[in-house]
Ligand binder design. Structure first.
Ligand code: NAD
Length: 286
């Protein structure tokens, strides 16, 4: 029997309904969250993301502003700009759009965002809270993966989880979030592929999460019977957007699977809104 589809849009809608209620409560106290996205130079793909951010903020009632800085801005001026936003009490959330110019130290700049305004969860303090098992403003995509898995009703205790990809904002935090629920988590990456072990690991997974960025890297035939598959990857293949997993074959083996597009993406956006409201609460209600 083919897998059930993990419909990201429905889960995102449920999250947004809760966020809306929280927002209304904040507004009765005169608090209106405002998200500022800082963009250095011009980047066409970032423009698409910014447009989507603006639209989803407007739809729910969060203020959104884009601050464009010249592509030649120095790292120290960018850091000062962020520090000014940290001090500005009308700004409750800060997003630093990627990519930054290659000369900049991305982690150094991200670490200057105030942890309480870091709605993307990229500051080391917020990443550290995940290590402590107390995620607060964690990276939106990692939280989205957890929401999608939880929505299946699966008990993570003792489950074999394979996380393919070990980025700071997806792979590593997802692995930590799941290991804290006592799943047995393996993290695979380019080294696993190069040693020829990727299929071996993937085929053991009762829960498989993939965040690589290579179209159809994971063959559908590798997917274990009744596995839950969460595909984070976004890739262009011809005129189509596809994930990292060979969906059509994988869905014949899996019990649940996310589509691409329409799986992780909408939930990530909803979590960004949730994090933005949470950040405002932390600044004004604590
Ligand atoms: P990244 O680009 O920082 O890292 C890629 C990871 O894949 C690394 O761990 C690398 O070792 C691993 N890798 C590369 N080639 C591999 C191979 N052949 N076999 C096994 N592992 C391999 O990762 P990222 O920033 O987490 O992004 C991954 C994908 O997820 C991208 O397609 C990105 O667009 C997408 N993404 C989607 C969302 C969303 O909301 N849907 C959010 C973030 C990222």
């Amino acid at each position: 029997m083919a897998a059930q589809i993990l419909a990201g849009k429905e889960i995102a809608e449920k999250i947004k309904q809760i966020v809306k209620k929280d927002l209304e409560q904040l507004k009765t106290r005169g608090i209106v969250p405002k998200l500022v996205a800082v963009q250095v130079g011009e980047n066409p793909s970032s423009l698409v993301y910014l447009g989507a951010q603006k639209k989803s903020c407007a739809a729910i009632g969060i203020e959104h502003e884009v601050k464009n800085l010249d592509g030649n801005v120095s790292e120290s001026d960018l850091i000062q700009f962020i520090k000014n936003l940290n001090e500005d009490r009308t700004v409750t959330g800060i997003i630093l759009q990627m990519p930054l110019p290659p000369s900049m130290d991305v982690r150094k700049v991200q670490s200057t965002i105030s942890p309480e305004k870091d709605v993307e969860g990229v500051n080391p303090a917020n990443l550290g809270w995940i290590v402590y098992g107390r995620p607060v403003l964690a990276p939106c995509t990692a939280l989205a993966v957890k929401e999608l898995i939880d929505s299946t009703g699966v008990n993570l205790y003792g489950k074999e989880v394979v996380m393919v990809g070990h980025s700071d904002i997806v792979g590593k935090p997802v692995a930590l979030l799941l290991v804290d629920k006592f799943a047995t988590v393996s993290i695979c990456h380019i080294g696993t592929s190069d040693s020829g072990m990727l299929e071996t690991h993937v085929s053991r997974a009762e829960i498989l999460v993939v965040a690589v960025g290579k179209a159809h890297l994971i063959k559908g035939s590798w997917v274990k019977k009744d596995a839950i598959v969460v595909d984070v990857g976004i890739n262009k293949l011809g005129d189509k957007i596809v994930g990292d997993v060979e969906f059509e074959v994988a869905k014949e083996n899996a019990s649940w699977i996310t589509p691409v597009p329409g799986g992780v993406g909408p939930v990530t956006t909803a979590i960004l809104l949730r994090n933005t409201v949470l950040a405002a609460k932390m600044q004004f209600l604590n």
